[in-house]
Design a protein around this ligand. Structure first.
Ligand SMILES: [Zn+2]
Ligand SMILES: [Zn+2]
Length: 204
């Protein structure tokens, strides 16, 4: 018996090296101020046609992708994510729950439907005291209107796969979905409203 060369090269996926050699596509201009980590990761998934399973693995080799992590400062490995996302350290920190900041943070995913139509979920929407979206003045919601579920605010496969939909029944939250071709800068008035509320966050 003789050993022969395979006719085609055998492609192997090395454990821990999920990054394609040319890197992922991500444009910082897509980011809005105070954008949350899940919002950033959904855009990253959309732009690169990635599954939640692949993106969850970017959290770290020791993180169970189905369990995931609460996106807090000190828990999320910012440098590891930045190696793939090229987002500034400052934007990455603002995207996370910071324990030293006073407001109470919701453990459920909270959202404004209109903001999600722009592909935007803000770290401000996670403030329990924020009942109304600073930009749209409509209610900040947490329960799905179809199935009533509240989804835990954890970066895991379930939430990453949901992409602007209920992670339980997949009901759509916004009327339109964000894509890179639909990306527009945030309206200055909205930007001002979020900034004012963020600066004033110690109000409760
Ligand atoms: Zn809004
Ligand atoms: Zn639902």
């Amino acid at each position: 018996m003789t050993l022969t060369e395979p006719r085609f090269p055998i492609l192997t996926l090395e454990e821990g090296s999920l990054t394609p050699s040319l890197g992922y596509l991500f444009d910082r201009k897509w980011l809005y101020p105070y954008e949350s980590l899940i919002s950033i990761l959904w855009k990253f998934e959309k732009a690169n046609a990635l599954s939640g399973n692949v993106v969850a693995r970017l959290l770290g080799p020791d993180v169970d992708p189905y369990e995931g992590l609460v996106p807090r400062v000190g828990v999320i490995d910012i440098d590891r994510l930045r190696a793939n996302l090229q987002v500034s350290r400052r934007s990455m920190r603002t995207a996370l729950i910071q324990d030293e900041v006073r407001p109470r943070w919701s453990t459920s995913f909270r959202f404004c439907r209109l903001c999600l139509g722009y592909g935007y979920h803000s770290i401000l929407h996670q403030f329990e005291s924020l009942n109304v979206c600073p930009a749209h003045h409509c209610a900040v919601e947490s329960a799905c209107r179809r199935c009533g579920h509240e989804i835990p605010y954890r970066i895991n496969v379930q939430l990453l796969e949901a992409q602007y939909r209920c992670a339980n029944c997949l009901a759509s939250y916004p009327n339109v979905y964000w894509t890179p071709s639909r990306a527009r800068p945030m309206k200055p008035g909205h930007c001002k409203a979020f900034t004012r509320r963020y600066m004033d966050r110690r109000r409760g």
